[in-house]
Write a new protein. Structure first.
Length: 236
């Protein structure tokens, strides 16, 4: 009998937001897998593993997937190919494997790349987690949508014109991947008269988390940040 591949959503950072189901899987699996982002040639500690740490037994086999943070996807694809092959060996030997993911595994989650490579040949169970979107809205105490309203999830890496088009048609929006794109996001929201309904959230659910107006937000925010926008009576 082959093992089960789990995609574990571990939430946005607070270990207490790990679901009971994810914690139960962590207490039982033999192998854990996680991404280690590589910047400047050196792998950084895995944030997903840090979230999971208090729920681990301590005797798991660990597989790190080093991903270079760059626009070219090719090195990352090769890293996932290598990791999938190693994971398959454990699964075929009957060992259960958990891929650790920040937030939710299938919302901008790295697990989807492992899933694509192994779902046709192995049993896969995805365990949803508290998403960064839910955590950011909670940190800001900001209701996003109600009744017939729509919510747009917008990567700030898109061209300016595409972001503008999506903002124009949404009742509310969550702008991900702001980083060095923050000046572009501020400019667009300002031009569209939407900044009064926008806020910036950084490291939601963590002790050093921040919520502030878009005007006060830094122009070069860290990776774990986003901008939330809802239309108000003054900007609709």
């Amino acid at each position: 009998m082959t093992g089960v591949l789990y995609g574990l959503g571990l939430g946005p950072g607070d270990p207490d937001l790990v679901t009971l189901k994810a914690a139960a899987v962590l207490a039982d699996v033999s192998v854990i897998v996680y991404v280690t982002p590589v910047t400047g040639g050196e792998p950084a500690p895995s944030f997903a593993r840090a979230i999971a740490a208090k729920h681990l037994k301590g005797d798991e086999t660990e597989i790190a997937i080093p991903i270079v943070m760059q626009d070219d996807p090719e090195p990352g694809q090769r890293a996932y190919d290598t990791a999938a092959a190693e994971i398959a060996i454990h699964l075929d030997a009957g060992r259960d494997v958990a891929v650790l993911c920040e937030g939710d595994p299938l919302l901008y989650g790295s697990f989807m790349y492992v899933l694509d490579r192994l779902k046709g040949s192995h049993t896969v169970v995805t365990v949803p987690g508290v998403s960064s979107l839910a955590a950011a809205a909670a940190a800001a105490n900001l209701p996003l949508v109600s009744r017939h309203q729509s919510l747009a999830l917008i990567p700030a890496t898109l061209p300016e014109g595409e972001i503008r088009t999506r903002l124009l048609t949404a009742d509310a929006a969550a702008v991900f991947k702001v980083g060095r794109n923050m000046p572009k996001v501020k400019k667009l929201l300002g031009e569209l008269g939407l900044e009064s309904g926008a806020c910036y959230v950084e490291r939601a659910s963590l002790p050093d988390g921040k919520v502030m107006t878009l005007t006060d937000a830094p122009d070069s925010p860290p990776y774990f940040s986003m901008v939330l926008m809802t239309r108000t009576e003054t900007n609709t």
